[in-house]
Write a protein that binds this ligand. Structure first.
Ligand code: ASP
Ligand code: MG
Length: 443
């Protein structure tokens, strides 16, 4: 069994959906996981915002506009009047449901139900298309098996058990279609795996089904060595290890949802990143092995806040770091980078929601300095201790850029540097020119 996940742009129009249908036409057993059509989840978020603000008139206008867009898609997607009619009715059902929220109380629960409509629509429309093309397939409702627990973590046992029983009801079928992103929560309500979560769905489904491979199909030919939106001459990395991919995904490579690496790694299932627009391109394969060159890629993560706590008196004492960490724990704020000296500790966070509260509590330990608009540059590769010289290359490339923090040795895969966001473009460009040996990295 293979899992093939197609992102929003890959199913973003009638034409793209047809292309996906032809890509999946072979005899290999597979589960196809779809995102919402591109732009849909954003539109649903906007609709929910209006509803939260009681701006029902505006919400209704947005709902109508989205409905019109889907009518157009259905018009282009099907050729038979029967399927057009079926799709028209489907759209009426979903959009009347969304419209019903303009008449009643709107809370976070209703919002989640609204956000789920994008994936429900894309998969239903796609299934109709396969039916019209006489391609036997089964639509598996993700809400029957995808589940998160009280801590918003996937309930992997439940998922495996329920996915298996769904599949068993259709033995003999080879092609299954299901929704990414959506799930039920601990209370059985409709919920989701957070923005970009369809990759995570695919990986969880892959792990639950003991798949032989998880394919993530997007609109770029794999994970690149640098951010192609910022830097010219980037190239896809042929092979990455799970750990390298996780670091890159977490530190800014938009192609893959960071959480999606873990379930695949747990079950040692290869993850392949492929391009719908260029299906013959090799893309990137992510496995348990790390091959090809010591420096593989760089990624950047913005909106970082650096916090320095200076306390000559307390830093030497054991238990000091624990007290500092406890402050962050109380505010459920993860720490990304950390460096220490004899008199100070610096750390970074990317969620500054409780910054004021955190700073107030930290002031009890000493002097606190806060720097905002920082960027973490993360250099990823295989930096085992014997391999020297990577540091020199990186620092040489960045010699004119002020470095606020450096973190090396936390793992063998990552060197992180904190810079001002205003220096990001220059840093990424200089690193691109200075640290990669394309041939070895791509070997
Ligand atoms: N449709 C959801 C989003 O836009 C999930 C996904 O596409 O991965 O965030
Ligand atoms: Mg995505």
């Amino acid at each position: 069994m293979k899992i093939l996940k197609f992102g929003g742009t890959s199913v973003g129009s009638a034409e793209r959906m047809k292309a996906v249908a032809s890509l999946i036409q072979n005899d290999e057993p597979k589960i196809v996981v779809l995102s919402a059509m591109s732009g849909t989840t954003n539109a649903l978020v906007q609709i929910a915002e209006k509803l939260h603000q009681n701006m029902n008139q505006e919400a209704r206008a947005l709902i109508d506009a989205l409905h019109d867009k889907y009518k157009q898609v259905a018009e282009e997607l099907y050729s038979s009047p029967a399927k057009k009619k079926q799709a028209e009715e489907l759209l009426i059902n979903h959009f009347e449901y969304i419209r019903s929220f303009t008449l009643d109380l709107f809370t976070i629960h209703e919002e989640r139900a609204v956000l789920a409509q994008g994936e429900l629509l894309s998969t239903a429309l796609f299934q109709f298309y396969l039916e019209e093309q006489n391609l036997p397939s089964v639509l598996l409702p993700a809400l029957n098996f995808m589940k998160i627990d009280e801590n918003e973590e996937p309930d992997t046992e439940y998922i495996a058990k329920n996915l298996r029983s769904e599949l068993e009801q259709h033995t003999g079928n080879k092609l299954f279609i299901t929704q990414g992103y959506i799930c039920r929560n601990a209370f059985g309500e409709v919920d989701n795996l957070k923005r970009g979560g369809s990759d995570y769905s695919a990986s969880l489904i892959g792990a639950a089904a003991d798949a032989e491979e998880i394919q993530i199909w997007t609109d770029i030919d794999g994970m690149h060595n640098n951010d192609p939106r910022i830097v010219k001459n980037t190239y896809p990395i042929a092979e990455l290890s799970f750990d390298e991919a996780a670091e890159l995904a977490y530190f800014g490579a938009k192609i893959l949802h960071p959480s999606s690496v873990y379930p695949a790694k747990q079950k040692d299932i290869p993850v392949r990143l492929l391009n719908t627009m260029q299906p013959e391109a090799k893309g990137t394969i992510i496995t348990s092995q790390s091959k090809g060159g010591s420096i593989k890629a760089v990624a950047a993560k913005d909106d970082i806040t650096a916090i320095k706590i200076k306390s000559g008196r307390m830093l030497l004492a054991y238990g000091f770091l624990r007290s500092v960490f406890e402050v962050f724990e109380r505010y459920k704020t993860p720490i990304d980078m950390i460096t220490t000296s004899e008199v100070a500790v610096s750390l970074t966070i990317d969620n500054s929601k409780f910054l004021d509260e955190i700073v107030r509590e930290l002031k009890e330990f000493g002097q606190v300095e806060v720097d905002q608009e920082q960027t973490i540059i993360c250099v990823v590769g295989d930096f085992i201790a014997e391999r020297s010289g990577s540091g020199l290359k990186i620092f040489e490339a960045l010699q004119y850029i002020p470095l606020r923090m450096i973190s090396y040795g936390g793992s063998k895969n990552n060197i992180s540097l904190l810079i001002n966001t205003t220096d990001k473009v220059e840093a990424l460009t200089r690193l691109n020119d200075g640290i990669f040996e394309r041939n070895t990295a791509n070997a």
